[in-house]
Ligand binder design. Structure first.
Ligand code: ARG
Length: 468
C-alpha cells in the first residue's frame, strides 16, 4: 500500500523514485490552488444537495478548505513527498483536518475534470485581471507617445529603405493597432475557455446526479461543457490562449526591433530613458536598449510555449492522457513572461524621446519621388511613364550625389515640364506630402488625430488598483 497517495491500494509496491519524480507535478500546479479550492467548495455543496454529505460534514469540509486556503496563501502549507499533485495534497490535508469526512469529497469527481476546470478558471482570471489590463497599459502608452509626436515628420520604410513620408504618430499607432487585435484575440480565447468541466468525472460523467450547470453558476463560468469526454480531453482553450500570447509576443518583438534600430547611432532617432537602458561593463560609452531587445528575445519563449503545447496534444487519443499534465508549464511560462514584459514595454515607450529634426531630415528627398510621379498622373501622364521619368531623374541625382531637393528649379522644371514651378515646391515639401495623404487610413495629421481617438476609445478604462 502506498500510504497517503490517492490511488495506492491496488498496488503492492511503492512507486519507483524516478517514476514518482517524473509524475509529481505539485511544484507546478500549486498555483492553481484558488481555482482548485473553489471547485471543491462547489463540489461539497453539490454533494450535500445530493445527500452524500450531511450538513455537518459539509460544514467540516468547508472549514477545513478555508484552513487549507489560509495555509496555501500564507506559505504555511507543508507538501508531503506523497503529494503527487495539488489535488492529492489538498485531499491529504483535508483528511488530516477532518478525518474520514475529508475522504468523502472525492465522490463523483476525478482529477481529470478537476484539472481541466482549474486551468480554465485560472486562465479566465489571469486574462481578465492581469493580461488584458497590462496590455491596455501598453496601448495607452503608445497612444500617449503618438499624441506627443503626432505630426512629427518621419520617413516610412519598406524593405528598411526610405519609402514615403509619414508622421511618427502614424507609425507608433500602427504598433498600437496590432496590440489592439491581440487584446481582441485574448478576449476571444477567454470567451471559449469560460466553460465548467465539473460533473464530467474521469471521462463519462458519474452515476451521482451532479448538476454541471450548478457548478458553472457557482464557479462563475458562463456555461457547462456539453460533452464529458471533450471536457477532460480538450486543451484548445490553452492552445488558443498561447496562440494569442505568441502573436502578442511577435508584435512586442517588432516594436522592440523598431526601437533598437531607432536608438542606434546610425538612425539616431530616439533616446530610450535611462531607467529603460543599460550600460556596458567594458565600454563606458554604451547605452543599450536592453528592454527592447529582451522583449524581442522573450517572443521566442512565447512561440515556444505554443509549439510545446501543440506538439503535446498532437496524436493524443481521447480522452485524458497523462501527457496533458505538460500543458501547465507552457501556459504559466507565457503568463509569467507577459507579466514581466508588458509593464517594461509600457515604461520603455513612455521613456522614448525622439529627435524631431533628425527624424524629419530623413523624411524628404527621394521619399517624395512617388509624389512627383502622382503629380504627373494628375496632368494626364500614364503612371508607368511617370514612374520611368521620375526614376530616371532619381538615378541622375544619385550619380551626381545630390538629392531631388538640391536640383535647381529650372532643371526640375525642364525634366517635369507638366508641373508648374510653384507646385514643385510643395511637391518636394514632406509636410505638404503628408498632408496630401488624407485618405481614411493615411498619415495626414488630421486623420491621425481621428485615428488616435478611435484607438483610445477601444482601450478599456481599468478599475483603480487592478494592476498591482
Ligand atoms: N496532475 C494531473 C494533470 O495535471 C491531474 C490529472 C491526473 N489524472 C490522472 N488520471 N492521473 O493533468
Amino acid at each position: 500500500m502506498t500510504e497517503g497517495r490517492l490511488w495506492g491500494s491496488r498496488f503492492s509496491h511503492e512507486p519507483d523514485r524516478a517514476a514518482w519524480r517524473l509524475g509529481r507535478s505539485v511544484d507546478v500546479d500549486v498555483r492553481l490552488w484558488p481555482d482548485d479550492l473553489a471547485g471543491s467548495h462547489a463540489h461539497a455543496a453539490e454533494l450535500e444537495r445530493l445527500g452524500v454529505l450531511s450538513g455537518a460534514e459539509r460544514l467540516a469540509i468547508t472549514q477545513a478548505l478555508q484552513t487549507i486556503a489560509e495555509e496555501l496563501a500564507g506559505g504555511a502549507f507543508v507538501f508531503a513527498d506523497g503529494d503527487e499533485d495539488l489535488h492529492g495534497a489538498v485531499e491529504r490535508r483535508l483528511v488530516e483536518l477532518c478525518g474520514d469526512t475529508g475522504g468523502k469529497l472525492r465522490a463523483g469527481r476525478s482529477r481529470n475534470d478537476q484539472i481541466a476546470g482549474d486551468l480554465r478558471r485560472y486562465l479566465v482570471r489571469v486574462t481578465d485581471r492581469r493580461l488584458l489590463p497590462l496590455l491596455a497599459e501598453v496601448r495607452r502608452a503608445l497612444a500617449d507617445k503618438a499624441e506627443e509626436v503626432l505630426d512629427w515628420l518621419a520617413p516610412g520604410y519598406t524593405h528598411l529603405q526610405r519609402a514615403q513620408p509619414v508622421v511618427l504618430g502614424h507609425h507608433l499607432l500602427a504598433h498600437a493597432w496590432a496590440l489592439d487585435r491581440d487584446a481582441g484575440r485574448l478576449a476571444d480565447a477567454r470567451a471559449r475557455m469560460d466553460v465548467s468541466t465539473l460533473g464530467s468525472g474521469a471521462l463519462a460523467g458519474t452515476t451521482l446526479a451532479l448538476d454541471p450547470d450548478r457548478y458553472a453558476r457557482s464557479l462563475g463560468f458562463a456555461r457547462a461543457a456539453e460533452n464529458s469526454m471533450d471536457a477532460v480531453a480538450d486543451r484548445d482553450f490553452a492552445a488558443e490562449f498561447l496562440a494569442a500570447c505568441a502573436l502578442l509576443g511577435v508584435h512586442l518583438s517588432r516594436l522592440g526591433e523598431d526601437v533598437v534600430l531607432w536608438a542606434s547611432a546610425e538612425f539616431g532617432w530616439v533616446r530610450v530613458g535611462d531607467a529603460f537602458s543599460t550600460g556596458s561593463s567594458i565600454m563606458p560609452q554604451k547605452r543599450n536598449p536592453d528592454v527592447a531587445e529582451l522583449v524581442r528575445g522573450k517572443s521566442g519563449r512565447l512561440v515556444g510555449d505554443l509549439v510545446a503545447l501543440l506538439v503535446t496534444l498532437k496524436g493524443l487519443p481521447l480522452t485524458y492522457d497523462r501527457d496533458l499534465q505538460e500543458d501547465k508549464e507552457p501556459v504559466f511560462d507565457a503568463v509569467d513572461t507577459l507579466e514581466l514584459a508588458l509593464p517594461a514595454v509600457t515604461g520603455m515607450v513612455g521613456s522614448l524621446r525622439f529627435d524631431r529634426e533628425r527624424v524629419a531630415a530623413a523624411a524628404g528627398g527621394f521619399a517624395l519621388a512617388t509624389d512627383l510621379a502622382e503629380a504627373l498622373v494628375a496632368r494626364g501622364v500614364a503612371f508607368r511613364a511617370a514612374h520611368d521619368r521620375v526614376g530616371a531623374l532619381v538615378g541622375d541625382c544619385e550619380r551626381r550625389g545630390v538629392d531631388l531637393t538640391d536640383l535647381a528649379p529650372d532643371e526640375l522644371a525642364a525634366s517635369l515640364p507638366e508641373l508648374a514651378p510653384a507646385e514643385l515646391g510643395s511637391l518636394l515639401d514632406p509636410a505638404a506630402a503628408v498632408a496630401r495623404r488624407a485618405g481614411p487610413s493615411g498619415p495626414a495629421p488630421a486623420h491621425v488625430r481621428a485615428q488616435l481617438a478611435a484607438l483610445r476609445a477601444r482601450i478599456p478604462q481599468l478599475p483603480q488598483g487592478i494592476i498591482g
